[in-house]
Ligand binder design. Structure first.
Ligand SMILES: [Mg+2]
Length: 427
């Protein structure tokens, strides 16, 4: 990753379904807590990697449904596809590596001879993954037979059966663990091996992640029996792996604390925003706090009192300008005054705001240019915009405490956003 000039302080490699994403929590609290923690304290010098069994199509679908951050690296289709950054640029070296002893045509040709196999949907068929459904009682025999036939035809494949129905055929060198090992090797060559790596998972295909040397691992509290059994049989005495007592992303936060990998208190766990001065003020934690107050104001989770608006106003320069994604311009103070009439307008509704990919550049002795995405989830709808902000951070005269001031915020709709109801987007 070119974004970081030095080794990442922490690289988190997390599975998505039932690990980062809790499908049993309609409020999405654990992932939102993780997001705030990551953006406030880790994004600037650490790497976020998602490793999922989902194909690119299903991965993108999940991102529309759940309040997810944008990862630095996305590993999809059970470790057969590695992509980088927002544009999801594929890793050509990985593709080349997987091509060894792999021929998709031979796999489809030979497997078509098995009536027990039902091909999964077109989106799940990938260059290095052929996926089927098969009944539990037939899985073992079919697996043995296919592996033998493909071996005779010169291929070296890995067959993964999971969830009691999915059968994936991949090149032998593929898989979540191998993909991580490949990334580690690549970073090492560049002199940027992360200081710490934390892997996070809940099911059988995550087991490989935990066998990579020197990584910390967390099996979330809701991990499936198959992963726990693998752990008991293979890694019981490894002190670097824990079974969290918290579910999903809350288990990841728990592991960060347990292994002392860095700050582990999410800004979302704080209820005291009365003091707008924070310790260790950085553009990141100022922004996370600002949008958290905005969310709580609209959900009526803070009191309807002038103090909060005054605190937000104090964070903004009196001459500062907000350029709304619609193009309208208004002063930052007027924008905050405008919030008065929106107190509690999202009370009792599914409404969340989270910031994503905060990247700041120092452009003056106490001035920062900060780019970040701001997302809103309202009911089923997700909207997002890209913000460019100029923030001034000054040490106050009487103490070591710094004060941050917004000078300017410019918002632009993200692709796919803004076409709907724009009037609810306040800031
Ligand atoms: Mg999972």
């Amino acid at each position: 990753m070119d974004r970081l000039k030095a080794p990442a302080r922490l690289m988190i490699v997390s599975d998505l379904d039932h690990t980062m994403v809790d499908h049993h929590d309609p409020e999405n609290m654990s992932i939102l807590r993780f997001n705030a923690l990551w953006e406030a304290h880790y994004r600037h010098d650490s790497l976020l990697v998602f490793s999922t069994g989902r194909s690119p199509t299903l991965y993108k679908q999940l991102r529309k449904e759940k309040p997810m951050l944008t990862p630095d690296i996305t590993i999809m289709s059970v470790g057969t596809e590695i992509t980088y950054g927002n544009k999801m640029v594929p890793d050509d070296g990985w593709v080349e590596f997987l091509n060894k002893k792999w021929d998709r045509k031979i796999v489809t040709e030979e497997t078509s001879k098995f009536p027990e196999l039902t091909l999964q949907s077109e989106t799940e068929q990938r260059p290095h993954k052929v996926s089927f459904y098969v009944d539990k009682d037939k899985a073992q025999n079919v697996t043995t037979a296919i592996s033998e036939i493909l071996g005779k035809r010169g291929l070296d494949v890995k067959i993964i059966y999971s969830g009691g129905m999915d059968l994936d055929i991949l090149p032998q060198g593929a898989g979540k663990g191998q993909a991580l090992a490949y990334l580690h090797k690549k970073f090492k060559t560049e002199g940027k091996l992360p200081t710490n790596t934390l892997v996070c998972g809940d099911s059988g295909n995550d087991a490989e992640l935990f066998s990579i040397p020197d990584v910390y691992g967390v099996m979330v509290s809701n991990a499936q029996e198959e992963l726990l059994r693998w752990h008991t049989e293979n890694a019981k005495n490894n002190p670097k792996i824990i079974h969290a007592t918290e579910r999903c992303a809350a288990g990841i936060i728990q592991a960060i604390g347990h292994f002392k990998l860095g700050p582990n208190t999410s800004p979302r766990d704080s209820s005291d925003f009365s003091n707008h001065e924070l310790e260790n003020v950085s553009p990141s934690n100022v922004l996370v706090k600002f949008f958290l107050i905005l969310e709580r104001w609209r959900r009526a989770e803070v009191e309807n009192c002038e103090m909060y608006l005054a605190s937000m106003k104090a964070d903004c320069d009196s001459t500062g300008i907000l350029v709304h994604p619609s193009g309208a311009e208004l002063s930052l103070h007027d924008a905050i005054n405008g919030l008065k009439s929106h107190y509690g307008d999202k009370q009792g509704k599914l409404f969340r705001i989270w910031v994503d990919q905060i990247l700041s550049t120092k452009i003056g002795s106490d001035t920062w240019l900060v780019k970040f995405k701001q997302w809103e989830l309202s009911g089923e709808e997700q909207q997002g915009c890209v913000n460019t902000a100029i923030i001034n951070i000054k040490n106050s005269a009487d103490s070591a405490v710094a004060v941050a001031t917004y000078m300017h915020i410019h918002q632009t709709w993200l692709e796919g956003s803004g076409a709907k109801d724009q009037s609810t987007w306040l800031f």
